[in-house]
Design a protein around this ligand. Structure first.
Ligand code: SF4
Length: 240
């Protein structure tokens, strides 16, 4: 005599077999299961816009972007860097800081803002009631230019698409452009940073606050007060 549980299993199995035999008679050749595992979905960016609008798909993650970059050689800086500095921090951050590019320490360690300027950025974050793990920090250029020279236009053109994709993946509320180079590059505006700073702008529909680079403030500490005014605006906007 079968127990109740075994009887139920046999009953369910018989029903399943009967259902499959029915489907086979109807000409069903394959069963398609809806996967609820997000990683199993195709990237929306890999589909044409019409298909992407009607199909379950996912936006790419920072890991996808980093994997796509690989040992990037899309511009000449790939040949001279020690390692690519992708960026780091909270992948869901409301606030993203964008600097110019890696310096020597960053090139050696593979992390953004780890030198003296990075320590000052840490102190700025602390004054804002934040830690590095709360925000995301990256650069326009992911590889160190030799002798810390300014990046060339073709190097920016090759690398900036990765920044755009990073920002799409993070979807922050506010972006802070640190320094002249980041602000002028992101805004396509050659106005001096002393005039750009402190005024809200927009980058790909993200609120952008240009301000001084921490490295510049180490050389010109008199401007720290202006940076703090800019950061107060950032905090207010994040609290809205
Ligand atoms: S700077 Fe950017 S585009 Fe150039 S090699 Fe590095 S990651 Fe690639």
């Amino acid at each position: 005599m079968l127990d109740k549980r075994t009887q139920l299993i046999h009953h369910a199995r018989a029903n399943t077999v009967a259902a499959l035999q029915d489907m086979q008679r109807w000409g069903v050749e394959a069963l398609h299961f809806n996967s609820h595992t997000p990683e199993a979905l195709p990237l929306c960016s890999s589909l044409d816009p019409v298909t992407a609008a009607t199909t379950a798909c996912r936006t790419e993650t920072l890991e996808d972007i980093r994997a796509d970059m690989g040992e990037c050689q899309r511009c000449a800086l790939g040949r001279t860097r020690t390692q690519l500095v992708f960026g780091g921090g909270n992948p869901k951050a409301s606030l993203v800081f964008v600097g110019e590019g890696p310096g020597q320490r960053e090139d050696e360690q593979g992390e953004p803002f780890v030198g003296e300027a990075g320590l000052l950025l840490n102190r700025i974050l602390f004054a804002m009631g934040l830690e590095r793990k709360d925000v995301y920090i990256c650069n326009v250029i992911k590889c160190r230019p030799p002798q810390n020279r300014n990046p060339e236009a073709d190097e920016i053109a090759a690398c900036e698409p990765f920044l755009k994709r990073q920002l799409d993946a993070i979807n922050p509320e506010v972006l802070v452009a640190l320094g002249k180079f980041a602000a002028q590059t992101l805004l396509q505006d050659k106005t001096p940073i002393s005039k750009l700073r402190g005024e809200w702008r927009s980058y790909n529909d993200i609120d952008l606050m240009p301000t001084f680079h921490p490295a510049y403030l180490l050389r010109n500490p008199v401007h720290k007060r202006e940076l703090w005014q800019d950061m107060k605006q950032v905090m207010q906007r994040l609290q809205r």
